[in-house]
Design a binder for this molecule. Sequence first.
Ligand code: HEC
Length: 184
Amino acid sequence: MLNHEYDGIREYDNPIPAWWNWIFLGSFVFSVFYFVHYHMGNGVSVKDAYAVEMEAIEKVRAEEALAAAKNVSEEKLAGLMADPAAVAAGEAKFKTVCVACHGQKGEGLIGPNLTDAYWLHGDGSLMAIRDVVINGVVEKGMVAWGKTMPPDELNKVVAYVGTLRGKNEPGKEPQGEKHEVATN
Ligand code: HEC
């Protein structure tokens, strides 16, 4: 009991437990070190650490994309075209995402016929096809697939489109310029 009294009301003397005081004091001492380290010293904030990590991963991604781009050539794509497993994978992908506009056999629908010798974009080479597939012709409705499709999957689709050349499936009338491409 404390020794003051107000209209008969007395007050107990309940001291704060020692452990509570130690935690209070401890957090105060901690805050001093925290302040000195993060606000005056060289402590790295979570936000900065995140930025540094993101920068590193962007760099790795850019290097991978560059390596993937360097690894591709007309010969490499022709190699894929000669690989039945790669072509089958490309065909499966084509059947899911390209047929809506280019038709079941690539004979053309909204998009041009891919089986004739006429090309709106490029010379019908595998590298030219790959360019259109990556960058699209967005204003005409051809999707820029490079943004969503992983490079090796995309290359297989290109290899499959390569096998369509010269099949001359009846469908959409020729568009663009004629470029005969030797197909094997
Ligand atoms: C939403 C419709 C649409 C889809 C889906 C689509 N395309 Fe196209 N594509 C087009 C259109 C439209 C063009 C013609 C662009 C132009 O007129 O310049 C085109 C053009 C092309 C060309 C160039 C043809 C030429 O004559 O130069 C290639 C190659 C091609 N697409 C491949 C693909 C592949 C591979 C896929 C699937 C991964 C695909 N497209 C999916 C609409 C589409």
